[in-house]
Design a protein around this ligand. Sequence first.
Ligand code: C5P
Length: 228
Amino acid sequence: MSVVALVPAAGRGERLGFGIPKALVPVDGVPLLVRAVRGLLAAGCVRHVVVAAPPTDLDTVTAALAEVGAAADVVAGGAERTDSVRLALEFALRTFPDTRVVLVHDAARAFTPPEVVRAVVDAVLGGSPAVIPVLPVADTIKQVDADGVVIATPDRSALRVVQTPQGFDADVLRRAHVTCDGPATDDAGLVERLGVPVSTVAGHPNAMKITTRFDLAVAEAILSRGVG
Ligand code: C5P
């Protein structure tokens, strides 16, 4: 019944403009990565976290995670996000061979409520091979061609915004990475290529991805209201 979480945090992610990897950007003095790992462990069902860090920042990331001690390991990430997940997954399955459920989280979703983590884990333990937290789409979405001309308006009611952690039966995620034929923006996308069904559970607005200075301001507002 072992549940392990992977956190790919090896991107430079310097869009926030702090000159350090995004995962290390602090909100109220605590790096996003540390908040994300704390949130995973606070769910009470995650045994261990494996973080993929930039190879040049292994010591910095390890020091930042010192407070969670033995609950987290740091491995060197790869060239693409998919490589970082694969390297963390290989380490996790080698170190914890009884792992049954693997979560893949994003350090930038540092304020994900523990109940979202539990809902994903429960759904995988309940028999779904792949589970993602989602929210409805509030905006109308257009598909455009290379010139920016609209070519389609998908039915908004059938679209979902995807969050993390994404949860997988460990063997399904391993197979998805072994047969991976190119990078994907999320791990559920790789599992879909196997033809394995991906189910959804309710996400949460606080699980937003912190990408810009505006998002950071929203995160600070979440924190000041005692939600984070
Ligand atoms: O660029 P994007 O925000 O989609 O990256 C998603 C996550 O993947 C980030 O947390 C980033 O640190 C991570 N990543 C990684 N290894 C890479 C590139 C990105 O772990 N080579």
